[in-house]
Design a protein around this ligand. Structure first.
Ligand code: AMP
Ligand code: TRP
Length: 347
C-alpha cells in the first residue's frame, strides 16, 4: 500500500523556466529571459532552468544541430551568469518526469484549450494545420508538465508566454478539482522589466525571434561586436528625434523598441532613458545603444565560446543538473500516479 497523498495548502516557492534549443539565442531571449533568470539566483528560492529539447522537436530539427544548439544554450546560460552550483541547469529529455507528466496532462487538458492558443494559431496561420505535428498542438501540456513536475510557484518568462502560463494554471486547477486534491500550485507568471517583448529590428510589429528568416531582424548572442553595431545602425526607425516622454513613443513601435532595448540592457526604466535622450536624433542614439549592447554582450559571447570548446564539460554539467532535477520531480510524479490510480508495485 502506498502512503496517502499529501495535500498541502501552501507551496514552497520555487522558480522554473525553459528555453528551446531550436536555434541560437537572441537579444530577446537574453533580456526577456536569461538576464532575469540570473537575477533570481541566490534569493533563497530554488531556481531550475531547462533547455527544452523535447519542445524543440515539435517542428523538424536536424539531430546534429539540435545537439549543438542544446550545448550552446547551456553555454549561454552559464556565460550569462547562471551558476550550475546555485541553480539546477539541465536539458528536458534527460529527466523523464517531463514526458510522463505531459501524458497525464494530455488527458486533463481539453482540445479546445489547445486550439485557442495564439502561438498555435500563429504557427499554423496560412498553413495546413492538419500537416503539423501532434506534438506542436499538445506543446502547452508539455510546458505545464515542465513547470508542475517541480510544483513550481513562479515562472519568469517574456510576454509571449503569458497565455501558456494561464493554461498551466487551468491544468493545475482542473487536476486538483477532478481528483479532489490540492496537489499542484496555481503558478504565477513573472513578466517584468523594460524588455519583456523585444521586437524585430526590421519590423516593430513582430517579435525578435530565432526563427525569423532575416538575420538582420535580430541580434544573436554569438554575433561579433561589428555585426551588433551594424545591425543597430541599420535598424528601422523613423525620422523624428526622441521625444521628451514615453507618451511620445506611442505610435512609433521601432523607436519604442530601441528605447526598451537600451533600458533593458542598462537595467533602467524606459522613462529614464527617454528623459536622458530627449530631443536626440537616432544618428546619435544608435551609436550609444550599439556601444552599450557590445559592452553587455561581448563578454557573454567570449565566455560562451570558451565553454563551447569543451563540450564534454557542458555535458557533465547538464547530466549533474538532470540528476538533481530527477531527485525533485520523481517523487512528485510517483504521487501523481497514486492520485490518478496507477498501480505502482515495483518501488
Ligand atoms: P523561446 O526562444 O521561444 O524558447 O523563448 C524562451 C524565453 O525567451 C521565453 O521566456 C520567451 O518569452 C523569451 N523570449 C523569446 N523571444 C523574446 C523576445 N523577443 N522578447 C522578450 N522575451 C523573449
Ligand atoms: N514555451 C516556451 C517558449 O517557447 C519554452 C518553455 C517550455 C518554457 N517549457 C517551459 C518556459 C516552462 C517556461 C517554463 O518560450
Amino acid at each position: 500500500m502506498s502512503e496517502p497523498v499529501q495535500t498541502p495548502q501552501t507551496f514552497t516557492p520555487r522558480i522554473f523556466s525553459g528555453i528551446q534549443p531550436s536555434g541560437g539565442l537572441t537579444l530577446g531571449n537574453y533580456l526577456g529571459a536569461l538576464k532575469r533568470f540570473v537575477e533570481k539566483q541566490g534569493q533563497g528560492i530554488e531556481t531550475i532552468y531547462c533547455l527544452v529539447d523535447m519542445h524543440a522537436i515539435t517542428v523538424w530539427q536536424d539531430p546534429e544541430k539540435l545537439r549543438q544548439q542544446t550545448r550552446e544554450g547551456a553555454a549561454a546560460f552559464i556565460a550569462a551568469g547562471i551558476d550550475p552550483a546555485r541553480s539546477i541547469l539541465f536539458n528536458q529529455s534527460q529527466v523523464t518526469a517531463h514526458a510522463e507528466l505531459a501524458w497525464i496532462f494530455n488527458c486533463v487538458a481539453r482540445m479546445g484549450w489547445m486550439g485557442r492558443m495564439t502561438q498555435w494559431k500563429d504557427k499554423t496561420a496560412g498553413k495546413n494545420a492538419e500537416a503539423e505535428s501532434l506534438g506542436l498542438f499538445a506543446y502547452p501540456a508539455l510546458m505545464a508538465a515542465d513547470i508542475l513536475a517541480y510544483k513550481t510557484t513562479h515562472v519568469p518568462v517574456g510576454e509571449d508566454q503569458k497565455q501558456h502560463l494561464e493554461l498551466t494554471r487551468d491544468i493545475a486547477a482542473k487536476f486538483n478539482h477532478d481528483y479532489k486534491v490540492n496537489f499542484f500550485p496555481i503558478t504565477e507568471p513573472v513578466i517584468e522589466g523594460a524588455a519583456t517583448r523585444v521586437m524585430s529590428l526590421r519590423d516593430g510589429s513582430k517579435k525578435m525571434s530565432k526563427s525569423d528568416p532575416s538575420d538582420q531582424s535580430r541580434i544573436n548572442l554569438t554575433d561579433s561586436a561589428e555585426a551588433i553595431a551594424a545591425k543597430i545602425r541599420k535598424a528601422k526607425t523613423d525620422p523624428e528625434p526622441l521625444p521628451e516622454t514615453l507618451e511620445g513613443l506611442k505610435d512609433r513601435p521601432e523607436a519604442r523598441n530601441l528605447v526598451n532595448i537600451y533600458a533593458g540592457l542598462a537595467g533602467r526604466t524606459a522613462e529614464d532613458v527617454v528623459a536622458e535622450f530627449a530631443g536626440a536624433q537616432f544618428g546619435s542614439f544608435k551609436p550609444r545603444l550599439a556601444d552599450l549592447a557590445v559592452s553587455v554582450l561581448a563578454p557573454i559571447t567570449t565566455e560562451m565560446n570558451r565553454l563551447m570548446a569543451d563540450p564534454a564539460e557542458i555535458d557533465r554539467i547538464l547530466g549533474e543538473g538532470a540528476a538533481r532535477a530527477d531527485a525533485i520531480s520523481r517523487p512528485i510524479l510517483e504521487q501523481v500516479y497514486d492520485i490518478v490510480g496507477m498501480v505502482r508495485s515495483r518501488r
